[in-house]
Unconditional design. Sequence first.
Length: 252
Amino acid sequence: MPLIDTQNKILASKPGRIILGILVIAIVALGCVAVFQTSYDVHSKLELIPDTNDRLISYTTKSNEEFEKYTVKMNQFINSYNIHSENRNIYNCDDDHLPPRDNVCDVNIRNLGPCTKENYYSYHKSSPCVFLKIKKTPLWEPKYVNASDPPEKMPEYLKNYIASESIQKKKAVWVSCEGENDADKENIGPMSYFPSFGVPHYYFPYTNQQGYLEPFVAVHFERPTRGVVIFIKCQIWTQDSNDFASFALYLQ
């Protein structure tokens, strides 16, 4: 039997497909480690949840165990906000109600669209969510984006959104996620942000307040292309920071 026919039969068999899948994931993981070791800054103000050592989110919806390793981490993250919300110094902030002295702003974990514990953060539907947390940065008072002169590389949809907001709501730390290259930008598909594209001004600065809750934005990748590796860069937008978190997404 010719060698090529033997190879084709092996790959067509179920064990062959499993082996091939394992090899693909291993190669992708090694590539992610090589790329993100040079691009990921541990001092970044932006942190990705779920965090993985290889900066790779990879799973198949045919196996609950594969995506549960990510949803468990997201549950742990969300549960920490439920615990802290019982503190007496938590205050429901908005543009007109800043936190009183010795109080900290609550973080809304109820308006996260499909990115909830009850919905498995949409991982079971091949449309996963991630959380982008703005890490505690002592005394950082962000210099907010000037809506009339936004950064050149800021996505157009975000520029338009900021321009449509009121003066007070323009004062926010904005975030966005984009594909790293043209193929990634095509494969990433549409995204939704919850509860908004940004983190409001009243969460800043962090001055070592007791019980301070780090704010975050949920990003829902609605229809990413399956079977290809998508390299994604999520970024902060302010005048004084362009910190980012990068990862790869591979759905089978």
